[in-house]
Design a protein around this ligand. Structure first.
Ligand SMILES: [Zn+2]
Ligand SMILES: [Zn+2]
Length: 417
């Protein structure tokens, strides 16, 4: 069967079985947007009076992608943005592992030549024909999703501990692809403009932290250093000290390149390892008033502290947070690149479960035989064996849909066994 047709049929069956569509609050004030299977055009300026009407639309149209506005409008279906009457917007963060460096990407991402269809591993030009018309094809494995989860947990900690939002104002959504959307619904931030949202963004990203000026850290270029921040301090100072504690606890001869994001001298590394228990004890006693890390060279101390910032900051897509008229994926809808569900989840699901546990909807015991020029070695939890031969592989349905959705041009044939 034509791969796109197969995917459409699966989506149609999904929407007709009354899936768990989670509608946003104040549905009447939200704009909805859809991309169907027939073309890539976004249908915008749609509005629904109720959940029933929205679900009916999904059943009828079977969209490939479904979105709603983070903003609230007087008239969300007005054909241009100016006449919609903007009332405010939720504060939204998009954590997408595509923006976060991970080692596993070399295992599963590649570049597809738009001229000859050749596959290259590096992104400059096609290794087959030399064309520079190449497109990056990315995939997601469980390692990627773990990294995204880690950033989502860091973000939620900052939103609750530093900004004082309560956990029931924070909605966690798996994006259906490479990460999470974190929505904050609170009346005080509704009317916040782009500049205010950017300030919040800079804070969670740890932008511009300068240890000469950060409270609790007195590390001047000249003169004596002192640290009065502790693991119990509020905000970034405490976050940095807790991260520093973990760095010193876990540091060893073999892992310092991964555990530190900045270089340190060999003799400084040895000095830290020899005095590890002393440093840990210093950090474990927040009541003492100061932390004696000061025998370290300034350069080394800064490398440790800057690494602590790097392992505490949240990498988010800034465009999504700043844009007060953004469309974002609808929970319960399917992601047209992966066939996975966009899922609203509980904090405990974020902590303890993988999206593979709750977002795969085509998990029936059906297998497909697929032919393609190239396959990634991993997709989600599934390992694709590197078989040479006629280029066919047999995969479960959810992987077949993912292959078709993400790079249908590489799929040559598909059949049910
Ligand atoms: Zn080529
Ligand atoms: Zn990965």
């Amino acid at each position: 069967m034509d791969p796109k047709k197969l995917m459409f049929n699966c989506f149609k069956r999904y929407y007709r079985k009354n899936p768990d569509i989670v509608v946003p609050n104040n549905i009447k004030q939200r704009e909805f947007g859809f991309i169907l299977f027939i073309n890539d055009e976004m249908i915008r300026h749609t509005a629904f009076p109720s959940r029933e009407e929205l679900v009916k639309y999904l059943k009828e149209k079977v969209p490939r992608h479904a979105y709603y506005s983070t903003a609230y409008y007087v008239d969300p279906s007005a054909p241009d943005m100016a006449s919609k009457g903007w009332l405010g917007a939720d504060l939204v963060f998009d954590i997408d592992v595509d923006h976060i460096p991970t080692d596993c990407k070399a295992d599963h991402d590649f570049y597809l030549c738009q001229d000859c269809g050749g596959i290259s591993i590096s992104g400059e030009q096609c290794s087959v024909c030399g064309s520079s018309r190449i497109k990056k094809v990315t995939w997601v494995c469980e390692r990627c999703l773990d990294v995204a989860r880690e950033h989502a947990l860091r973000l939620i900690d900052i939103l609750i501990s530093d900004f004082g939002f309560s956990s029931n104002e924070i909605e966690i959504v798996f994006s259906g692809h490479r990460g999470y959307h974190i929505h904050v619904q609170n009346k005080d931030i509704l009317e916040l403009g782009q500049d205010g949202r950017r300030e919040i963004l800079d804070y969670v990203r740890g932008e511009g932290i300068d240890f000469r000026f950060l409270p609790g850290f007195n590390i001047p270029r000249k003169g004596s250093k002192s640290i009065s921040a502790s693991i119990d301090s509020r905000g970034w100072p405490g976050r940095i000290m807790r991260s520093l504690y973990n760095i010193i606890l876990n540091l060893n001869e073999n892992n310092f390149h991964e555990i530190l994001s900045r270089e340190i001298e060999r003799d400084d590394l040895e000095y830290i390892l020899e005095n590890r228990s002393f440093f840990l004890e210093e950090l474990e006693n927040p009541d003492k008033g100061y932390v004696n890390l000061l025998k370290l060279r300034r350069k080394t101390l800064l490398a440790l502290l800057e690494s602590a910032v790097d392992f505490s900051k949240v990498i988010v897509d800034e465009k999504v947070t700043i844009d007060t008229k953004r469309l974002i994926r609808l929970p319960g809808s399917l992601h047209g690149k992966t066939g996975m569900a966009v899922r609203k989840i509980l904090f405990s699901d974020l902590e303890n479960k993988s999206p593979v546990d709750y977002a795969i909807v085509f998990a029936e015991n059906e297998y497909f035989k697929i032919k393609a020029k190239f396959f990634p070695r991993h997709i989600l939890d599934f390992k694709i064996e590197d078989k040479k031969g006629n280029g066919y592989i047999v995969v479960p349905k959810y992987i077949a849909i993912y292959l078709i959705g993400n790079a249908s041009e590489i799929v040559e044939a598909i059949e049910v066994i």
